[in-house]
Write a protein that binds this ligand. Structure first.
Ligand code: SF4
Length: 476
């Protein structure tokens, strides 16, 4: 589809669109919203104006869990406090339907984060077994710290009863195998949940919400929410807790642990953020999604002298990497690669006209970036078999951990060769802000006590005595 035709498709007219400054506090976003309107390119800020949420959907009482539905349960007479006699065809009450819908949201979120953890565990195990050339165990200190939590001994008794260090490669393989096993485990408790304070673990056990296995709890939500299974909202929500703990203290925690061991534990690093981190005279590669497996390779590929030479041959002064969403965070924390935007800025980044390639993996990728990209020269490159885009002219360069570096080089080359094809005027907002990132658990502990007295006491004491009023967590 030609760019002009795309514009006709995407441009939606709103009678009185709100001012950009009413839609975003951020000046760079305001400028790009203005530009999107001038170019008649639709973004999430326009869709938010035209989207009319369904009343019943907003209450969580529309059920589509079997083919007799959808069963739509409007508000009872007298509003939310009124007597509720509403029922679906199968007799499911509004409470049951709302709890089922919520449970499926929990299952979706837990599945997404945990499947990320599984992908990391697979790459970690391949690296530990030396089945891949491009990944290596980098942070052995962290490996030795986490190994006991995965039930792996780090010492062994010698012939004369002396305590000897175990081989680091053997430890890595066992940690990888045990981490991967947590996903399919059928009984017992997910091992990393036992890191929680004892009182918390005791409470979880008392309430019966300790997860048995990461996948099992997600599958059980899908089973219980099927027609005619769990019809008790409290019982359903209890299963939500089991799946959520399995994700937060299991799948997601495993991802963090193993990424740190593979790529290094983050330590404070200076960088900057916002659309202004892109450079007009550079090849701009924006990395967007959630996993660091591929993007770590892209960082290395973009630094190759042959790639920098190729960029210069194509008229650029260099290669500028930047990121969006969690993949960006991974690169920011470990390499100081700047953030060019957040979730809401992914379309706006393309509207600068400066993005030569947006490389996406999994999660939080708006389908509409493919349509916006058609109005520019930008190539959208999908890389994960789980996450492809049907709209637009996306390219799929599949990432495989066995050929990781070669895949990354192919992607960087594609972006470089796209640089001379810029057709629209480039307009990068002059907005960027300095920041320091990389405050991992380990880094905070070190900074509060040094190598020999690393501790959280100082922080805890000052929160308890009120000198520190609180800590803000920005969680993706
Ligand atoms: S499960 Fe019950 S409420 Fe849901 S769609 Fe089927 S019949 Fe309707």
């Amino acid at each position: 589809m030609a760019a002009e035709e795309v514009k006709k498709v995407v441009a939606k007219k709103v009678k009185e669109p709100p001012r950009p400054e009413d839609l975003a506090l951020d000046v760079a976003s305001q400028q790009m919203i203005t530009r999107s309107r001038e170019m008649e390119i639709e973004t999430i800020f326009d869709r938010a104006q035209t989207m009319k949420p369904c009343n019943i959907g907003a209450q969580g009482t529309c059920c589509k869990n079997c083919s007799q539905g959808p069963c739509r349960l409007p508000l009872p007479k007298g509003g939310i406090e009124g007597e509720d006699t509403r029922k679906g065809l199968c007799g499911a009450t509004a409470h049951t339907i709302a709890a089922r819908n919520f449970a499926r949201m929990v299952a979706g979120g837990a599945a997404a984060h945990s499947d990320h953890g599984r992908g990391v565990a697979e790459a970690f195990l391949a690296a530990a077994r030396k089945e891949v050339d491009d990944y290596h165990i980098k942070d052995t200190k962290k490996l030795l710290e986490i190994a006991p939590d995965y039930g792996v001994d780090i010492t062994v008794e010698g012939k004369d009863g002396e305590i000897l260090d175990r081989d680091i490669d053997e430890i890595a393989v066992e940690v990888g195998e045990n981490a991967l096993a947590q996903f399919g485990q059928q009984n017992g408790e997910v091992c990393t949940t036992l890191r929680a304070p004892k009182a918390r673990v005791d409470l979880w056990r008392k309430l019966g919400v300790m997860p048995r296995g990461i996948d099992r709890e997600i599958v059980e939500i899908m089973h219980r929410t099927h027609i005619g299974v769990d019809q008790h909202y409290e019982n359903l929500v209890e299963q939500c807790s089991r799946a959520a703990i399995g994700d937060g203290w299991g799948g997601s925690m495993i991802a963090t642990d193993l990424q740190d061991v593979l790529f290094g534990c983050p330590y404070p690093v200076k960088s900057s953020a916002n659309l202004g981190v892109m450079k007009e005279d550079h090849v701009n590669i924006v990395i967007h999604g959630h996993e660091p497996l591929l993007s770590e390779m892209i960082v290395q590929a973009a630094e190759l002298p042959e790639m920098i030479d190729l960029a210069k041959k194509n008229g650029a002064n260099g290669i500028q990497l930047s990121g969006i969403c969690c993949t960006a965070n991974e690169l920011l924390m470990r390499h100081g690669i700047p953030l060019c935007g957040d979730f809401l800025q992914q379309e706006l980044a393309i509207i600068t006209g400066a993005v030569d390639a947006m490389v996406v993996d999994i999660q939080c990728i708006m389908e509409n970036i493919a349509t916006v990209a058609q109005c520019f020269h930008t190539k959208i490159i999908t890389t994960n078999p789980r996450a492809r885009i049907a709209s637009g002219d996306t390219i799929h360069i599949e990432f495989d951990e066995h050929t990781a570096f070669e895949d990354a080089k192919k992607i960087v080359k594609t972006a470089i060769e796209n640089f001379p094809k810029r057709e629209k005027e480039v307009m990068i907002p002059d907005e960027r802000h300095d920041l320091i990132a990389g405050f991992s658990y380990e880094a905070v502990e070190y900074h509060l006590g040094g190598t020999f007295r690393g501790t959280y006491y100082t922080l805890n004491d000052n929160i308890i005595n009120g000198r520190i009023r609180g800590i803000g967590g920005v969680v993706g």
